[in-house]
Design a protein around this ligand. Sequence first.
Ligand code: SF4
Length: 345
Amino acid sequence: MYSFKGINKSDLTEILVENSFPSFRSDQIFNWVYNNLVIKPDLMRNLPGELQKFLVNNFLMENLKLIKVNKSRDGTSKFLWELNDGERVETVLIPQSKEERFTVCISVQVGCDLGCNFCATGLNGCKRNLTTAEIVDQVWQISRYIDKNNLGELRNVVYMGMGEPFLNYDNLKKSIRIINSEKALNIGSRRITVSTVGIVPKILEFGRDFDQIGLAVSIHSGDNDKRDKLMPINKKYDLNAIKSALKDYYKLTSRRITIEYLMISGFNDSIRDAKKLVDWLGNMNVFINLIPANPVDGLAHKPSPENKIKNFKKYLDNFNIPVQIRASMGEDVTAACGQLRLREE
Ligand code: SF4
């Protein structure tokens, strides 16, 4: 059985031709699935009955069953899905400041082994990687949700949900190709961003594979001792190693890198911390997002107060570093990654 959302159009053409169907049928099927958002073969009216039957018998058209949607007052919606083996993952739909435009934040693993100490996803380890189809289906299901509810347009896809994308690299790669393909979900390269904690050996490889896709790196501290405490992966790939990989990445792609910096009250939000960050950045071409930490059940950290975040930003402004304070979205619907799944379990 093939998972439809895990294959690209040329794979489908090959399968059809091998089974004595004409190659042009793959265009028609992709058009039904990705343009018309129709997945039931018997509704694909321009296909002969024999091909409809072939699709029913050989293709799994959906990989996610919706368990719950939590809607926040600020317009954020959090989706909890069940996979075919009973595991659960989350996807978050976030409205942009321009009305009727949305960003979807997708997951790549069931849980995560990296154990960052501010993150609900890391609390129970990683059960498994998501397949290409399970990753793509999140974007497809959200596109259909937006379409059905007449909400507007899906503009951006960010790989920033559950799990570390660079630890599921093959499926990350294949899913980007399908999400980006004009024949499939057709989200432009510049509207796709992959966020990593800094899995150093993959940074340059990613730049080679996708020089137009955005890269965001979660740094959260310019001080190795503090970062060790927040993110155990720093003991393997520390700030020096990450910086050197980012410099190589920039040389290759000339793409500005987004630095994610979670503002945690009393931990990494002082002017001293801002100075450490500036020192670490040196002359790298970056854009910084300061994000007030989302509170997580069972974890002690709290978001920094507004004035601390503003002072931190002001310090960075002195060095002409492009920086924005990103609103913390969906707090009332447990939008911090992994929380809804944990609560439901
Ligand atoms: S923040 Fe990302 S890398 Fe860290 S534990 Fe959570 S999911 Fe894993």
